[in-house]
Write a protein that binds this ligand. Structure first.
Ligand SMILES: Nc1ncnc2c1ncn2[C@@H]1O[C@H](COP(=O)(O)OP(=O)(O)OP(=O)(O)O)[C@@H](O)[C@H]1O
Ligand SMILES: Nc1ncnc2c1ncn2[C@@H]1O[C@H](COP(=O)(O)OP(=O)(O)OP(=O)(O)O)[C@@H](O)[C@H]1O
Ligand SMILES: [Mg+2]
Ligand SMILES: [Mg+2]
Lengths: 261, 261
């Protein structure tokens, strides 16, 4: 499940981390992959790499096994951390055959050990993000309900369609989650309505056909901005906060979308 | 003056656009250059390019003159718009000699026609952002006072130092502006204190020596998020709002930093 949006600062990392932690609390086996050279997901769960520690960079570029990079945080959440070295990855992978499938192949059969594999993407639609899309079945789009955040939506859908058509036929957008949502504002309501209208207008062959706007909107809550500074998920840092409440509800909603095994 | 921060969604575009518009209202001649392929600054001032219109892409990659691309908005604000084609620019410029100076050379003597040239950067420290840093004398860093936003600060300072040492000896950080500032929160105060402490610890040879945290903090104001949807600056859209008040105060503060001619 890829958490992707090329617009910066819309809540991808906060959502990937706290949905992962929420799903763990709902009894799921979860792997969180940090695919951003800025490594904010890794920071947000308290992972800091030493010089000999393996990161997703070593896995993708140096051929390290994913098993070497995985670590456990917050009890039972498995994380593949990132590192600033990943900044060079797109250039280093550019010449490689099947360069869009490096992540999918690295994940390989590790996927069978987990109920959910969540990937936190950087604010870009470059080669790393394409790798994320090619490696998953489902896309979740965190969206700050602002005008500028909507602007890139079309281009994001084009990219998803390209990957679905050429690399990953099972890829579909499962939903959009409104983050940092200010319910009272007209802008929030207008953007939400625009997204609904767009999704409802989907052609059956579009990869966002059947995608929904999640009922759970994540309210603005300063606890969500504070918890990364303690290297903790919202459930560790402020379990009674609105942030924890909203992300647990979203995790439930995502879990409910899974067909029963 | 480059508005730069590799962290996404911290207020670079909102600040570049509304400081530009504020300076125009203070009688300054201002050129705003949109250097983001997502073209949000262009959108925010109501510029949409037709197939024959010149953008910053044509200037940097196709050798078009900057004069062909400039247009006036909001009365007297000159803008060089961006276009999604710019996404390819870093690759296309990579092999060119003096590839970090393409923007500086394109700006050439156009700079003499303006009191201020403001550049809105994408959330990245790649070749385009390096071009911005090599083309200006001053750097303004919009910062959302959150933990994750602080994390990239060190790397941003390294990049500024590299450009100052190798490409643009006059480059200096003139200040940090706190955007989307929630004054009452402890996180906001702590991050502000961290930034102040960092700046005060500057060595005389650091390019951020003498940089300040602007007294003006930009408060969260939904009008600032709404105005781009009308293609208007905050002064056109909601001149009596807190957003307009704060950005005019910031423009005044920036103007006051200029030595008298
Ligand atoms: N619901 C919320 N309430 C308050 N703060 C939030 C909320 N969601 C996210 N934040 C904060 O807003 C900032 C941006 O969020 P986040 O880093 O998750 O976005 P992102 O899309 O991953 O950004 P990037 O594009 O840089 O990867 C962070 O400082 C985060 O702590
Ligand atoms: N003070 C504010 N109050 C309310 N909304 C704001 C404020 N400043 C910016 N915004 C909104 O927050 C979002 C992010 O701001 P903006 O686009 O200016 O950041 P950015 O750093 O340029 O992002 P990017 O990294 O994607 O270029 C936008 O939707 C913008 O309209
Ligand atoms: Mg992120
Ligand atoms: Mg911007």
């Amino acid at each position: 499940m890829a958490f992707i949006n090329q617009k910066g600062g819309v809540g991808k990392t906060t959502t990937a981390v706290n949905v992962a932690a929420g799903l763990v609390r709902l009894g799921q086996r979860v792997l969180l992959v940090d695919l951003d050279p800025q490594a904010h997901a890794s920071l947000s769960v308290g992972v800091e790499l030493g010089p000999d520690d393996a990161s997703i960079y070593d896995v993708l570029v140096r051929g390290a096994s994913l098993y070497e990079a995985v670590r456990l945080v917050d009890g039972r959440l498995a994380v593949v951390p990132s590192h600033v070295d990943l900044v060079a990855a797109e250039l280093e992978l550019a010449e490689r055959p099947r360069r869009e499938l490096v992540l999918r192949e690295a994940l390989g059969n590790l996927r069978e050990h987990y109920d959910f594999v969540l990937i936190d993407c950087a604010p870009s639609l470059g080669l790393l993000s394409v790798n994320a899309l090619a490696a998953v079945d489902e896309v979740v789009i965190p969206l700050q309900p602002h005008f500028l955040a909507l602007q890139g939506f079309g281009r994001l859908m084009e990219t998803v369609t390209l990957v679905r058509d050429n690399l990953q036929p099972r890829l579909r957008v499962c939903g959009v989650v409104l983050c940092m949502h200010e319910r009272g504002t007209r802008l929030g309501q207008e953007v939400r309505a625009d997204v609904l209208r767009f999704l409802e207008g989907a052609d059956p062959r579009d990869p966002w056909h059947g995608a929904r706007v999640f009922d759970t909107c994540i309210r603005r809550n300063v606890k969500l901005a504070e918890s990364p500074s303690f290297g903790q998920t919202i459930f560790q840092y402020a379990p009674d906060s609105h942030g924890a409440e909203d992300y647990l509800a979203l995790a439930r909603e995502i879990l409910a979308m899974r067909p029963a095994p």
